[in-house]
Design a protein around this ligand. Structure first.
Ligand code: GDP
Ligand code: MG
Length: 668
């Protein structure tokens, strides 16, 4: 049994999907988080397979997501649709429901956010709503796990018995006549494609021609349709789109009047408005945002994160020492001991110590996102982003980019214009991702222990400033034109669901652990081998005679002007191409220092000025392979992806050069 989960953006689809299937997809209180369809089986009804589709407002394919969702419903013919409706925003949500009902597939409405309706003192007469619409309606609260069992039960029965919507005729007056005459005309074509004639007729009246080619109408029929529509427009004195929208909304108005009891005052809306007066205030919005981010960084890097990382680091070093002693006591070959302690423990351990910092950052970011605050920031940022030729919508992918570039680049699919999309994809890598945190963390510990938070913030800000510069450059050189206007409704403030936040954190931790024990593990081994043997596979006494040193020296001259022309730094940058965390594990292996001694070892390789130049370089240079592959896929062009990589690496070199040269003059 294939079931499509369809609803507006931000109506709680993903939350419901997670409740139904027990998985933990990312939930966010702003539109545009789900970009790919996700599938899963219902926990207690294994025969039900649910697909979480991207949020849509209408079945007209305006954006690429609407197209994905619509094609799925119309072409894949699911056995049933669960239409999730945000009860606190019922009119707009029902606009989609009406179109879904017209497709004539067994359908159940899950009326979500009932907890908010209840809290604000309103009610919804479920039976009357269900009766007017002709489909079963089940009140639920996805985030509080209320009504989910009933929903599964009702949906299962409806889909199994193939109960079709009872009511499919919402049209009235002149529109009604037009739709029916067109439906009549195309009936045989529609039957062939297997889509209800009335649904297609409505779409044709609306002016949506994406289905027309499949119908293979002859020119005579097309003329007749155009003529009928023209007549209707003349009669109603409106255009075709508004004629249909008017008709749907007047029906919805009638339904809502009969079934929704509004509270005297909508408390959660009022609260939202009050908070918004402060947070989106013309003058205060940006200072408030910067202070919140500053506070988060200070907590993550300065106070809690480094403390926890230190404890973890000591634990790992202690364990490494224990293992070394144990192996020595049974007289294991010294090369093997070195492989285990200097290779594996140093490499993987140096990266693992940053888990607390990363979890903290994700915790704070997901709190901001889930509460609804980030939508406001996107809104406020619209004015600023417009100056570099982007709209507020691009803020969402950039924000996700602070976590990881891969999902960030994928989330650009929610942007309606191709131009905005390409530009955003180019800018996302400037947002410093969490994989770079271990590098910043270790270097600030080694060179700027007193100004840790400040140095961190400076790097993040530098990334953003350079993104702005790049944006300006691109706007004036390549991507001329204007961004599309930004319309995004601001969701009510909500208390973040602890369960979804915890699940997200667990997910990130799992990702990070997997990476540490696979990619970083292997990279550490390879680096250890390359630095321990020479070209003739003899063990070297001094690692500067090793194979790796030889390779590294070929490239070092390039980095000489940046202040870190030593083969260890160069090797670290090369492995960073695989995954940014590997930069630190490589240093750990190459210097043979545990995480406690690594800062000291780094001091032998860098001066504070060249260390900062190195950080600038890692901030900017080419993102990891995974990000490049995603870029290529989303840009649909190898050439553009290569151009992006070259641009970023070139830019990184220039900036690191400037910082090193100017820094040397000032501090040298
Ligand atoms: P999607 O965009 O349709 O996938 O929506 P999400 O599942 O990402 O949810 C959007 C926001 O609504 C999140 O902040 C959820 O925590 C919140 N949410 C979802 N269901 C409910 C509910 O039943 N009650 C309340 N109060 N909030 C909910
Ligand atoms: Mg979603």
């Amino acid at each position: 049994m294939n079931i499509a989960l369809v609803g507006n953006q931000n109506s709680g689809k993903t939350t419901l999907f997670n409740q139904l299937t027990g998985s933990n997809q990312h939930v966010g209180n702003f539109p545009g988080v789900t970009v790919e369809r996700k599938e899963g089986t219902v926990r207690y009804k294994k025969e039900m397979n649910v697909v979480d589709l991207p949020g849509i407002y209408s079945l007209a394919p305006y954006s690429s997501e609407e197209k994905v969702a619509r094609d799925f419903i119309v072409k894949n013919k699911p056995d049933g649709i669960i239409n999730i409706v945000d009860a606190s925003n019922i009119e707009r949500n029902l606009y989609l429901s009406m179109q879904l009902i017209e497709i004539h597939v067994p359908m159940v409405i899950a009326l979500n956010m009932m907890d908010e309706v209840r809290e604000s003192g309103g009610t919804i007469k479920i039976e009357e709503l269900s009766c007017c619409l002709g489909v079963p309606v089940v009140p639920i609260s996805a985030s509080k796990n209320e009504g989910i069992a009933e929903l599964i039960e009702v949906a299962y029965k409806t889909f199994r018995d193939r109960v079709y919507p009872q009511q499919t005729d919402y049209c009235a007056g002149e529109v009604h006549r037009t739709i029916h005459s067109i439906a009549h005309l195309i009936e045989d074509h529609a039957e062939r494609v297997g889509v209800p004639a009335k649904f297609i007729a409505t779409k044709l009246v609306e002016g949506d021609i994406s289905l027309r080619d499949e119908l293979e109408l002859n020119s005579n029929e097309i003329d007749m349709i155009d003529h009928a529509v023209k007549e209707m427009e003349d009669e109603l004195k409106t255009d075709r789109k508004s004629a249909i929208a008017d008709m749907r909304y007047s029906y919805i108005e009638k339904v809502v009047a009969g079934s929704v009891v509004r509270p005297g005052v909508d408390r959660s809306r009022e609260r939202t408005l009050r908070i918004d007066r402060l947070l989106t205030n013309k003058y205060l919005a940006i200072p408030i945002f910067l202070s919140i981010m500053g506070l988060i960084f200070w907590l993550t890097f300065g106070v809690i994160g480094s403390f926890l990382s230190d404890i973890l680091g000591e634990g790992i070093d202690g364990l490494s020492e224990l293992v070394r002693r144990a192996m020595e006591s049974v007289a294991v070959n010294p090369t093997v001991i070195s492989l285990v302690t200097d290779g594996v423990f140093s490499g993987v351990g140096s990266v693992l110590t940053f888990i607390p910092t990363i979890i903290l950052l994700f915790f704070f970011l997901s709190m901001l996102e889930d509460s609804g605050y980030m939508s406001r920031v996107a809104f406020v940022m619209d004015t600023l982003l417009r100056k570099i030729g982007l709209s507020g919508r691009s803020f969402v992918p950039m924000l996700i980019g602070f976590g990881c570039s891969v999902p960030a680049i994928m989330s650009t699919r929610t942007l309606p214009s191709e131009r905005d999309r390409k530009m955003t994809i180019f800018l996302v890598p400037f947002m410093s991702c969490t994989a770079k945190l271990p590098i910043y963390g270790m270097f600030t510990l080694a060179f700027f222990p007193k100004q840790a938070a400040l140095v961190m913030i400076s790097l993040y800000v530098l990334g953003m400033v350079l993104a702005v510069l790049t944006g300006l450059l691109m706007k004036n050189l390549i991507f001329r034109g204007k961004p599309v206007p930004f319309v995004m409704e601001l969701p009510n403030y909500r208390l973040p669901g602890m369960k979804s936040v915890l699940m997200l954190l667990w997910d990130k931790t799992k990702d990070f652990l997997t990476k540490a024990f696979t990619l970083i593990f292997i990279a550490s081994l390879v680096i250890w081998v390359l630095r321990s043997f020479d070209a003739t596979l003899n063990l070297v006494a001094d690692d500067s005679d090793s194979l790796l040193a030889g390779i590294g020296r070929l490239i070092t001259p390039v980095f000489e002007p940046l202040g870190f022309g030593n083969w260890k730094a160069v090797t670290a940058l090369l492995t960073g191409f695989m995954a940014k965390e590997a930069v630190i594990s490589t240093f750990a292996v190459l210097t043979g220092a545990g995480s406690a001694n690594l800062p000291e070892a780094l001091n032998a390789l860098f001066t504070p000025v060249s260390a900062y130049a190195f950080l600038v370089f890692t901030l900017l240079y080419t993102p990891c392979v995974a990000a490049i592959a995603t870029m290529r896929k989303e840009l649909k062009s190898r050439l553009l992806a290569i151009a992006a990589v070259l641009y970023q690496t070139g830019f990184a070199w220039i900036m690191a050069f400037l910082f090193y040269q100017v820094g040397s003059i000032i501090f040298g």
